[in-house]
Design a binder for this molecule. Structure first.
Ligand code: ATP
Length: 245
């Protein structure tokens, strides 16, 4: 077997969820001091393991709350798993919650530098790609306006333009093909298709089964945080459809 590009080993993710409703910070503090805050532990991912080879395009299927987004965040390194490990070979570009990392009081232009740095780009690289990012985002003069005045579509466009200015080895997509208006969506799809054609590895979550089957060759199915099936996408998609009947 070829060397794994993504190796997810026995990953478990548990969250503490407060079991009572606390209305404000003062009440929380009083209950905390009196040790009255109780937590329920919730297992969002339960000992999940799989590997991907270079060029694999994995569709992650499962009902709402199955753990799909959590799995992507753990692989992207945004969240640390409670147990288990993830190893990744190459540059990952995560297209998750586009624009969520922006500093709202700063302009789009300033955020190119801030967000670019968060994604691990050097200052020289951002400088070199600056015009290309603005051009792709189609924000025009809005680039000098604070991000707090952007529509959600504008934020997504800028987020997409910054994240995809590098050539990734691994691309993580969470429902982001729904970015912006129809025209911009087409442009994003074309850019992503170009990356697919260069044989990158992809992890993809979408509620459109058709889209997943069009893009992916392999699939996994999550149910309540457990991996219950993995294989070729058409087989896993058929099983998923069976379960949703
Ligand atoms: N930060 C968090 N704190 C507490 N619980 C969380 C957190 N993030 C996710 N969860 C819980 O973990 C479970 C899995 O969530 P996740 O978003 O990964 O599911 P999903 O399969 O992507 O769902 P959807 O299809 O609705 O997007 C859910 O029950 C969710 O409430």
């Amino acid at each position: 077997m070829a060397k794994a590009v993504v190796d997810v080993k026995d990953v478990t993710m548990r969250y503490n969820i407060s079991s009572q409703k606390v209305d404000n910070l003062k009440e929380y503090f009083i209950k905390f001091v009196k040790k009255e805050i109780m937590y329920n532990e919730y297992t969002a991912l339960d000992h999940v393991s799989f590997q991907l080879e270079k060029g694999d395009r994995l569709g992650i299927l499962g009902l709402n709350g199955a753990g799909k987004s959590t799995l992507l965040k753990v692989i992207a390194g945004v969240q640390k798993p409670t147990e288990g490990s993830v190893s990744v070979a190459g540059r990952i570009v995560p297209l998750l919650e586009l624009g969520a990392g922006f500093e709202k009081q700063y302009t789009g232009a300033e955020n190119i530098y801030l967000y670019g740095t968060v994604l691990g780009y050097s200052r020289e690289f951002i400088k070199e790609k600056y015009e290309e990012i603005i051009e792709f985002s189609e924000l025009g003069d809005f680039i000098n306006v604070p991000v707090k005045n952007y529509s959600s579509g504008m934020k997504s466009r800028l987020g997409f333009a910054i994240a995809t200015v590098v050539e990734p080895d691994i691309l993580i997509l969470d429902e982001v093909l729904a970015v912006g208006d129809a025209k911009f969506k087409k442009k994003c799809e074309a850019k992503i298709q170009g990356m697919f054609d260069r044989g990158i590895t992809v992890l993809f979550v979408s509620h459109s089964l058709q889209q997943v089957q069009r893009i992916c060759n392999k699939g996994i199915l999550l149910e309540k945080g457990r991996l219950i099936a993995s294989g070729m996408i058409d087989e896993v998609a058929a099983l998923y459809e069976e379960k949703t009947k």
